[in-house]
Design a protein around this ligand. Structure first.
Ligand SMILES: [Zn+2]
Length: 274
């Protein structure tokens, strides 16, 4: 699943390519989108803004219409010049948005919906999105309040909940906990104010670092060597980059994603500690 920084970059790239331009052609193989296009045509509208919100991508058109897409595992947006050959076959095409200068093509997006401002505000899963780490006005106090209000939930899975805060995926989850010196198996509700402030500060820094660099390889350590780009993610048994202790990796429950951590740098404190 793409993390927040990937979606943020996709949105920024689409914004540069088609933002502010008038749609000259719209095409979709998805019946629900086609129907909206027949009733209220997309061609002729201006692409006012393309932005990300957590793991969602929003393409806002003039006339109170927003295209909401979610990539899940398989989807992607490509940008081409008019007439340029696509890198994926046409059978994977779901949406085409063309302007005089550029063509944006969505391949295999599993979720794609048109919304007005009113229906978007009511949409389950989207309306309950927590503060977005990559939005300009990130609301840290609400994110911290959400995080510490997850009864019985361990820190790792709590960080992945998009209703708590938006933008952290599985890789950042472990990396953020390591740099903040917090054990991902601690209960989120036991975090002190200082600890949650530190955690949010690290998350903001790591995500914004990875938005600025236009490399597909994520980097949290600020080291140049490609093999040293991450602190703990996927490094089970290898020495901690700070203390040398072997890194551990474990699932939070049978169906949860793995967390990676250093047992020395990220001690497990008692859940009744304050
Ligand atoms: Zn360590």
């Amino acid at each position: 699943m793409p993390e927040g920084d990937t979606l943020f970059r996709t949105a920024a790239t689409l914004q540069r390519a088609i933002g502010g331009q008038v749609v000259t052609r719209f095409e979709s193989v998805l019946p629900k989108l086609e129907r909206v296009d027949v009733d209220t045509p997309i061609a002729g509208r201006t692409v006012e803004r393309v932005e990300s919100a957590g793991k969602w991508l929003l393409m806002r058109f003039s006339g109170d219409l927003t295209l909401l897409t979610h990539m899940l595992m398989s989807g992607s947006w490509h940008i081409y010049r008019p007439g340029e050959r696509w890198q994926r076959s046409r059978e994977h095409m779901r949406i085409v948005i063309e302007t005089a200068r550029m063509v944006a093509v969505a391949f295999n997006v599993p979720v794609a919906e048109f919304h007005t401002a009113a229906t978007l505000a009511r949409r389950p899963g989207f309306s309950r999105l927590g503060p977005d780490l990559l939005s300009g006005g990130f609301d840290a106090p609400t994110a911290i309040a959400n995080l510490t209000a997850q009864p019985g939930m361990e820190l790792g899975p709590a960080l992945l909940k998009q209703s708590v805060l938006a933008g952290i995926g599985n890789e950042f989850k472990s990396e953020v906990c390591f740099e903040a010196g917090l054990n991902p198996f601690r209960k989120a509700e036991t975090l002190t104010a200082d600890e949650s402030q530190r955690l949010i500060g690290v998350a903001l820094r790591q995500l914004s670092d990875n938005v600025r660099q236009y490399s597909p390889k994520r980097r949290t350590t600020r080291r140049v060597e490609r093999s040293e780009n991450l602190w703990v993610y996927n490094r089970t048994g290898r020495p901690c980059r700070k203390c040398g202790e072997p890194i551990l990796g474990r699932r939070h429950s049978a169906d949860a994603r793995l967390s990676f951590w250093c047992p020395r740098c990220q001690p497990m404190v008692r859940t009744n500690a304050s």
